[in-house]
Design a protein around this ligand. Structure first.
Ligand code: C5P
Length: 396
């Protein structure tokens, strides 16, 4: 799997003849499995039309900061958060100067201030402009702030001169972006997902409404962030994610066994499964017949996988889920303490959220803080959660 697969790349295009090469860059990025959104400066639109980038990227192209219609779709702060990586190609002398000064006088410069994603720039300009002390100072200042400067290459220039100032080739930009480590690079992650089924007899079980979507989306987002992921899943209708070792189980005791057999060496444990707390004490060997008016089934407790993993000496960083119908924060805080985990993702059940739904909205809690992540599709939410989890894991 390409390391750009599933990544969100924000491509900034500024005014310069090399803008035509960025069309090829978009094509290559998409071929590598990345999702691309393009933002153009006004100067860039003089060289290539927004429509070209829109057709190539498959997403609307933005040029203006104060565009009410575009802001209603994905606001500029949302766009800055969306990006896993920002690349500006070509980067003009003017854009480098504005970035170095921290100006926010157009959409692209504003996004560069508002994002926490790594930024790379591929300068392209006349060689005298590149060698000008003002440009050199801006480039140094950007480098000092962690911006990667790709090139420029030397050679024949569009203006007829010879020297440094040509934009590096799209493939070199792709190679750089692919080599930037993700926030969970090399981290070993184990995710549980889906419901469990607790047998009553050979054909019936006690279960719940979990579809497994949130856990599967988390496993995929962790993989895209560079992690080595194992997914232990209860029975769901979802295909095993590519590039993720998937272990299928049926009931809570099998899930417990599968997790404990693999937990050694795991750095991060995410318990997204809706594990049954109880199971029938003695499942019937044969199908239960309706010979009586009533039926009483004795239930016994299942092992609490999350609590057991959280109690391990030298165990992994643990993330639990709390599905609540009332007093969300209070119950989730109590769970954080009782289970001894490092983070709790709390969601309200019902109102079209959480169980067996496409969308979710959560409250993330840890000792000493919390953050609300608004209602959105589970895949988008999973990416945000993995980004937050990675941050807290790194601080641990
Ligand atoms: O105990 P409760 O079900 O409220 O806690 C939910 C959290 O604990 C989830 O993260 C769930 O995956 C985990 N859990 C577990 N094993 C159980 C029950 C819950 O890992 N037996």
């Amino acid at each position: 799997m390409s390391s750009l697969s599933g990544q969100h790349i924000l491509l900034g295009v500024s005014g310069g003849i090399a803008a035509y090469k960025s069309c090829e860059l978009v094509r290559l990025l998409r071929r590598a499995g990345a999702e691309v959104r393009v933002v153009m400066t006004r100067g860039a639109t003089g060289f290539v039309t927004p429509l070209s980038f829109q057709a190539l990227s498959g997403n609307p192209v933005r040029c203006e900061l104060f565009d009410p219609e575009a802001e209603a779709g994905m606001g500029h702060i949302e766009l800055a958060r969306w990006a896993d990586k920002v690349v500006i190609a070509p980067a003009s002398a003017d854009l480098l100067a504005r970035l170095a000064l921290g100006l926010a006088d157009d959409l692209l410069a504003t996004l560069c201030l508002a994002t926490t994603a790594p930024i790379a720039v591929a300068p392209a300009m006349n060689r005298v402009m590149w060698e000008h002390p003002a440009t050199a100072a801006h480039v140094e200042s950007l480098r000092g702030r962690g911006v990667t400067i790709l090139g420029p290459a030397e050679g024949e220039q569009a203006c007829g001169e010879e020297g440094p100032g040509r934009m590096v080739e799209p493939q070199a930009i792709i190679d750089h972006l692919a080599a930037i480590p993700g926030p969970l690079e090399g981290v070993r992650v184990l995710v549980t997902a889906g419901p469990t089924r607790e047998a009553l007899d050979p054909v019936r079980f006690l279960g719940n409404r979990s579809s497994g979507r949130m856990g599967y989306a988390l496993a995929e987002a962790a993989r895209d962030a560079g992690a080595v992921v194992t997914l232990v899943s209860g029975p769901v209708a979802l295909p095993a994610p590519q590039g993720v070792e998937t272990v299928r189980v049926e009931d809570a005791r099998q899930m417990h066994e599968a997790v404990m057999a693999r937990i050694g060496g795991v750095d991060l444990f995410i318990a997204a499964a809706a594990v049954a707390d109880y199971r029938p004490k003695a499942p019937a060997a044969d199908k239960i017949k309706k010979t009586h008016e009533g039926l009483t089934v004795e239930l016994v407790r299942n092992p609490d996988i999350l609590a057991e993993v959280a109690a391990l000496q030298e165990g992994p960083f643990t993330v639990g889920f709390a599905a609540e119908t009332s007093d969300l924060e209070a119950h989730a805080r109590e769970k954080l303490e009782r289970k001894g985990c490092d983070l709790v993702v709390a969601n309200r059940v019902g109102e079209g959220l959480a169980f067996d739904q496409e969308e979710n909205e959560v409250l993330l809690l840890w000792r000493g803080g919390s953050e609300h992540l608004p209602r959105q599709p589970k895949r988008a939410l999973a990416r945000q959660l993995i980004e937050r989890i990675a941050r807290r894991y790194a601080q641990d």
